[in-house]
Design a protein around this ligand. Sequence first.
Ligand SMILES: [Fe+2]
Length: 243
Amino acid sequence: MIGLFRTKLSHDFFHGACDVHCHLLPGVDDGFKTVEASVEALRLLEDHGIERMVLTPHFMKEYAENDRESILAKFEAFKAEAEKACKIELRLAAEYMLDVGFRKHFKQGFLTLDKGGRNVLCETSYMMYEHDAFEMLYEIMLEGYQPVIAHPERYVYASQKDYQNWKDKDYLFQLNLLSLAGAYGGEAVAKAHYMLEKGMYDFVGSDMHNLDNYKRFMPRIKLGRKALDQLGILLENNRKLVS
Ligand SMILES: [Fe+2]
């Protein structure tokens, strides 16, 4: 019954928007594989009116070769190519797994979502987390960083009590847009809609790894009035974060 009152996103919903989470930097993780594929995606996003993309490659033990210096160099090379094809402004940050390599990246200096160098996008694996994952967040907060938890709705181990506990610790939440359309299963759909309507999210990102998934699930997003208003607030938060 509730679904009857939900509508699809309008064509201009993302006009002027900024995406704060994607894997468009090619060839560095499980995201886009080639410059050509990334540029094709950027052209589509430009057609949708998106103005800025923050590229957030994985920094995790599975991609141990990714470190600050190497990713910065790859980003500059990609940016030079992308600028020939589209006008979307590209920025570099990273998505840090709270794993055994996290403290090494902390020492090297985080690639942050904001220009002020404060907001750090962090994730755990979907099924479980390292025993000291949340000590890591405490440590970086002591140093003045602001943890932003990527796609909390995807963590199958997390209950509403956990989410409230994280909010009480002042961690910020980033919604994966495609969670709303079922890209990560039914439990993530329910959690995403619930937390969006409750105003628990702070930012929104596509977490785009390839164009197929984006094209498949974006048209399936349907939201009620309250959720649409909240999503608008998140887009405005994105814009303030990155500008
Ligand atoms: Fe991601």
